[in-house]
Structure formats: structure tokens, C-alpha cells
Design a protein around this ligand. Structure first.
Ligand SMILES: CC(C)(COP(=O)(O)OP(=O)(O)OC[C@H]1O[C@@H](n2cnc3c(N)ncnc32)[C@H](O)[C@@H]1OP(=O)(O)O)[C@@H](O)C(=O)NCCC(=O)NCCS
Length: 122
């Protein structure tokens, strides 16, 4: 995350002044890419991630952005579900994106190999 911090906007997600998550987004032309979204484990499943996406969509739209995009591994089944629940659709696949990683990543018994790009038009 550190490598691209300077290029984007890092948002703190707060609830009653407590930090409950972070969102890192990078704008390029008329698109905003979500580079990272994380909610603290104790507060997941409570609508915070969805609210963060909606806040980002509203802000981006008001600044002339027409599309949100996010990339996630084929093995990140929870993320694939989450983003589709938030209105994103599959937009492309970068096959073999994770093949050069030194250690294989396995989630839910599925090996990460391809980067799935999802987008949502605003
Ligand atoms: C993915 C993440 C940001 C979602 O945030 P959240 O606050 O837990 O999500 P919400 O409560 O707003 O959930 C929105 C929808 O996604 C679903 N969802 C969220 N997390 C889910 C999970 N782990 N498994 C299944 N469904 C999930 C919810 O059920 C909800 O759907 P609903 O409309 O049916 O209720 C959060 O779980 C997280 O921080 N995960 C770990 C970090 C990560 O992998 N980030 C993605 C990298 S970009």
C-alpha cells in the first residue's frame, strides 16, 4: 500500500469518532480506482463498507467521475460478493496476474491466479 499512497486519496472511515476502516482511491481521468478498502474485523457486516462505497460514489460523481473500478483476486470470493452487492459488475480479467507471486495465495481452497476487474458506472 505504501508504494502508491502518494498518488491517491486515503480516507479514514469513522463511527462516533472511532476509526473503523480505511479507503484508498486513485483518480485517473474520469475513473476512480478503489485500491484498498478495509473495515476492522469487529465491525464487518454492519453496512460500513457499503456506506463507504456510496459516499465515494457520491463524491466522485460530483467531481465529474463516471466510473468506479476495483480489482480483486479470483479467489477473493467474499470481495467478489461484496462488490456485486454494491452494484459492481465484471469488466475484465487479467489472467495470470498472480502467477509470478513468490508464494501462492489460497483463499477458500481456491488459488489466486487471475485479477478480476469490476466496475460501476455512476
Ligand atoms: C470487504 C469489506 C470491506 C466489506 O465491508 P463490510 O462493512 O463488512 O460490508 P457491508 O457490511 O457494508 O456489506 C455489504 C454487503 O456485502 C456483504 N458482505 C460483506 N462482507 C461479506 C463477507 N465477508 N461475506 C459475505 N458477504 C459479505 C454483506 O452481506 C452485504 O450484503 P447485503 O446487502 O446482503 O447485506 C470488509 O469485509 C473487509 O474489510 N474485508 C477485508 C479486507 C478486504 O479484503 N478488502 C477488500 C480489498 S479492496
Amino acid at each position: 500500500m505504501r508504494a502508491y499512497l502518494h498518488d491517491g486519496d486515503l480516507f479514514a472511515i469513522t463511527e462516533n469518532e472511532d476509526l473503523v476502516g480505511v479507503l484508498l482511491a486513485i483518480r485517473a481521468d474520469d475513473t476512480v480506482e478503489i485500491k484498498n478498502l478495509a473495515v476492522v474485523p469487529a465491525r464487518r457486516g454492519a453496512g460500513i463498507g457499503r456506506a463507504a462505497i456510496e459516499a465515494l460514489a457520491e463524491r466522485a460523481s460530483s467531481e465529474g467521475v463516471t466510473r468506479l473500478i476495483v480489482g480483486t483476486a479470483n479467489s477473493s470470493l467474499d470481495n467478489l460478493r461484496f462488490y456485486q452487492r454494491c452494484g459492481f459488475r465484471f469488466a475484465g480479467v487479467r489472467r495470470g496476474f498472480f502467477d509470478s507471486y513468490p508464494e501462492p495465495i489460497v483463499e477458500s481452497g481456491v488459488r489466486a491466479r487471475d485479477l478480476v476487474i469490476l466496475d460501476r458506472h455512476l
